[in-house]
Design a protein around this ligand. Sequence first.
Ligand code: DCP
Ligand code: CA
Length: 614
Amino acid sequence: MSAKPNSKFKSWKGKDKATEDSSGFDDLNPTITYRHLSAHNLGVRDPLRVIALCDSDAFYAACEMIRLGIPDKPLVVLQWQSLIAVNYPARTFGITRMMNIDKAKELCPELVVVHVATYADGEQEPAYRDNPDTRTHKISLDIYRRESVKMLQLYKQGLPENAEVEKASIDEAFMDLTRPVRQILLDRYPHLARVPDDAPMGLDTPIPPPPQVSWNELGTLVPINPAQESDADSDDIPSTWHDVALSIGAELMEKVRQEIKAKMGYTTSAGIARNKFLAKLCASYRKPMGQSILRNAAIPNYMKPMAFQKIRFLGGKLGNALAAEYDVSTVGDLLSITLDEMQNKFGEESIWVYEVLRGIDYSEVKEKQTLNKSMLAAKNLPEPVTKLSEGYQWIRTLAAELALRLNDARETTPNLWPKTLVLSARDVRAHESRRSKQAPWPFVREVNVDVVAAAAEKLWKDLIDPHASLKIINISLGFTGIEGIESGLKSIDTFFKAPTPKRPLEDDTTNDDTAAKPSSKNISKDLSSFVCSRCGQRSSLPQSAIQTIAERQSALALMQMEHEDFHLALDLSKVPDPARPLREAGRVAVTKPAKKKRRKESPPRGIAKFFGKS
Ligand code: DCP
Ligand code: CA
């Protein structure tokens, strides 16, 4: 299919409804008007949308190659007996993931085999061992998590500020390049930024034809006509403005990928297309070190031969139902099903199936909160724990992992505080098979294995009946309610002045502060408790491990604020307009960002039955 200029002028406004035409690839070359270019945010329906998915090549294996300084040797990463990552040199020997390790060594005797790091009882840090024992060790993926965080930061730094970056998995990120691309496009073609005086339809006038894109050095083009001579189509077919946008996106991606390679050593592969679904699909078109570009005109022939059950969400019951209903296997086979027919059979919402088969996807690239609200360390036990004392070894191991992860996270967000420590255990024999206990986490700045293990051991004692017969097969230990209190601390500073020689800290307790804020005058001299001026209740800090004045100050301030929030919530429950007291109080909970509406991520209701557990 060629990208002929669209003769039909379509209004830029309004929803592009999925077409009733059964083949339906009718949105591949939309007319671009001055209005499109001047609009600030057309969001997911921007006709010049450019999305990229960047994926690290053989990620865990690459982390190990870099750690060990052996860039070219065949290497695999092992987790117990399973191969979980195979580098590209090893793949040339025919080694694949999930292959038996003995078979892999047979295929490549010089294979470097790295077992993922493990925690052992009593150790604060994971270590690399050749033969860890599942009965006494626990897997650590911390090194990969750390590298993943660094890489995500580099993506953000390496792309223009108005690009959106969303972590998709440990080694993948989506990038919405639409806005930076638009800016570059207008800089390069400034005549597009202004509607000509003689434009017949003013802002709605289509912009002049685009230049021919030279794709050299920008990546591999998914061919428009795969049956033809491979490169013929790139020069022969007139470029569209969307192609120009994709080519600018490809320049940005080339640059950021080179930076990742130069600064961290990792090679990556990218897919660039008009939406997330297609960017992800074509990212694996050329791997490793590939950058694949899917022009709109190439979408139909790329999609048609694809086994539709390979598409995410179409692999399960819904895919089976579609295959059974129409006795077909490829996307092309399903294109003859009209929208009406599909909706009659599978409900109104099956429009998204109809659209995805035609390469349409309106999902957003949204930066997720980088801060994980919770952290969990879990272990499936090789031998069930049958009595209380047998649990301590695992609790220490889990505590070490949790402490390390919190400290890692504190490297990027220094003032992270978990609210709660949760311990849970799964007992195969008990009626209610998973039970848990939790406790508020004390305000300790230095979190190490001893502190976490001590708190977890208490929970363990509470959780486990020493006289009951046990068969615990899984234990998990986690922090929940993790929040960064940087912003909170700033406001804390305003009423907890740093102690100065002239005005010792104790003086603060008599310092009269404003009534609207938590006031320091109710704080005890030894910084161990405060009394609420509204309800008279005294709240005390746990005596545990809070060492310095600064720690006590921030801990007390947080406690006060939480107490204030409790009153605020109580007030809110008593008044008809929930916004009023909040406005009057002039503040919201310090550490909690305003709740955003969550996008529904689950598939639509009418076809929900196809998504249940099989
Ligand atoms: N991983 C895992 N178990 C799996 C799949 C993956 O532990 N079943 C880990 C190891 C991989 C990492 O996740 O290195 C990323 O997964 P990918 O699917 O992206 O695979 P790779 O990055 O290893 O290879 P590729 O170059 O094909 O992306
Ligand atoms: Ca990968």
